[in-house]
Design a protein around this ligand. Structure first.
Ligand code: HEC
Length: 112
């Protein structure tokens, strides 16, 4: 009986998590279209680690791509989003889209 309850709970947690978008956001079910900054930061860092860190470094220190630790001083969120969506020279376009691209841009723009 207890096992069934646990299974039920985990099942609904998975379903809720599936709406979150990124794999790392499973614990923040309401992350879909909300603008909750704290949750977005965590989500953005996870997305960056997955899609960007291979070229820009885990700590934004740069690598194949430029250092992004102060990118917010050069570009605003819209400018960063534009680069993510459309690419720029050696950086491929479309690594992230929609809300994901926006969350990461907003987060990067705070690095000045
Ligand atoms: C395949 C490697 C690669 C990946 C993956 C990559 N980038 Fe880049 N990125 C680059 C390169 C190379 C440049 C420099 C392009 C140029 O010469 O203008 C760049 C430039 C940028 C710039 C402009 C920096 C500046 O100071 O002008 C931003 C912002 C940026 N990337 C963000 C991201 C984000 C966010 C992601 C993840 C969604 C990402 N990049 C993934 C290679 C990459």
């Amino acid at each position: 009986m207890k096992k069934k309850l646990v299974a039920l709970f985990m099942g609904s947690a998975l379903i809720l998590g599936a709406c979150g978008g990124g794999g790392d956001t499973a614990k923040e079910p309401a992350n879909n279209n909300a603008a909750a900054p704290a949750a977005d930061n965590a989500a953005a860092e996870g997305l960056f680690a997955q899609s960007c860190a291979s070229c820009h470094g885990q700590n934004l220190e740069g690598g194949v791509g430029p250092d992004l630790t102060q990118v917010g001083g050069r570009l605003d969120a819209a400018g960063i989003e534009n680069i993510i969506v459309n690419g720029q020279l050696a950086m491929p376009a479309g690594l992230l889209q929609g809300d994901d691209a926006k969350a990461v841009s907003d987060w990067l723009a705070t690095h000045k």
